[in-house]
Design a protein around this ligand. Structure first.
Ligand code: SAM
Length: 277
């Protein structure tokens, strides 16, 4: 019979946030798969637990994933831990869980801290609906695309960011989302925990080259309050939409192309629908 993969959440700063179940699980499994074995050994030493570890991090997930699955198939119980917080949340784990699901191997969560959720609940922003955005892409095009995609999102937005990239990210958020309320949650659960509730515009003045941001940050941004402008074609049939552009002086081909673009559908679909009538 296969073993079990335990997804073990570990503290994001304060070691007292370790649950009794986390300690029990780490003590009872056969192997611990860790994002950084040096980091996890500190936690294990603190708990006086000695266990074989296997490293499982971003750049070896393919090869190590197969190894871990084989060990689970041999009946070994394995705990997956990341450097801090919950595995598979902006941390390795997602692929391994998918592999387990494919192989019918049981996956058990051992719940605990997640920086995003703790930032959301102290943000004083709406908690009913939220979107976890993790780290924004670094590639310029993908980043712009993502920011444009979330511009009209009516949910509270949660971002992770490294301190040295915080100022750039706050600048981009102001540029694409406008001047909204923002809560910066710094060093959650640690000695220098700080919750700053401000606006994206005022947040630009918080840090400078002489006073760079330090520590770990979660950025929580208020939802968009913009009502979506009704599109002029919304009450038109597809034919009327195309005719509208033809009436404006476009060729039938260009009119179909424009209607397809407005409706975010394939040109071929407009063509087929119009030609059928
Ligand atoms: N798996 C983790 C979790 O459950 O939250 C997240 C890991 S991700 C690689 C690291 C990011 O989480 C940091 O860059 C920061 O944005 C956020 N983070 C982690 N610990 C934090 C803390 N104590 N205070 C504020 N943000 C934190």
């Amino acid at each position: 019979m296969s073993g079990i993969l335990y997804l073990c959440a570990t503290p994001i700063g304060n070691l007292s946030d370790m649950s009794a179940r986390l300690i029990d699980t780490l003590s009872s499994v056969d192997i611990i798969a860790a994002e950084d074995t040096r980091q996890t050994v500190k936690l294990l030493n603190h708990l006086n637990i000695k266990k074989p570890q296997i490293s499982y991090f971003e750049h070896n997930i393919h090869e190590k994933g197969i190894q871990i699955i084989n060990m689970l198939k041999e009946g070994k119980n394995i705990a997956l831990v990341s450097d801090a917080g919950t595995p598979a949340i902006s941390d390795p784990g997602e692929d391994l869980v998918r592999l387990c699901a494919k192989e019918n191997i049981r996956v058990v969560p051992v719940p605990g801290p997640v920086a995003a959720i703790n930032a959301l609940v102290v943000s004083a922003l709406p908690t009913g609906r939220f979107s976890f955005e993790g780290f924004l892409p670094m590639n310029k095009n993908s980043r712009t695309e993502r920011l444009e995609e979330i511009q009209k999102d009516k949910k509270t937005l949660i971002f992770y960011e490294a301190p040295h990239k915080l100022r750039r990210t706050l600048g981009d958020l102001l540029k694409y989302l406008g001047n909204r309320q923002v809560t910066l949650c710094r060093e959650l659960t640690k000695i220098h925990e700080e919750i700053i509730r401000t606006t994206l515009e005022d947040a630009q003045t918080l840090y400078s080259d002489d006073r760079p941001p330090k520590g770990e940050f979660v950025i929580v941004v208020a939802p968009s309050d913009k009502e979506e402008a009704a599109e002029f074609w919304q009450n038109m049939s597809l034919e009327e939409h195309v005719e509208f552009y033809i009436f404006q002086g476009m060729s039938e081909k260009d009119a179909m192309k424009m209607a397809a673009k407005d409706r975010k559908i394939a040109k071929r679909d407009v063509y087929d629908a119009i030609k059928k009538h």
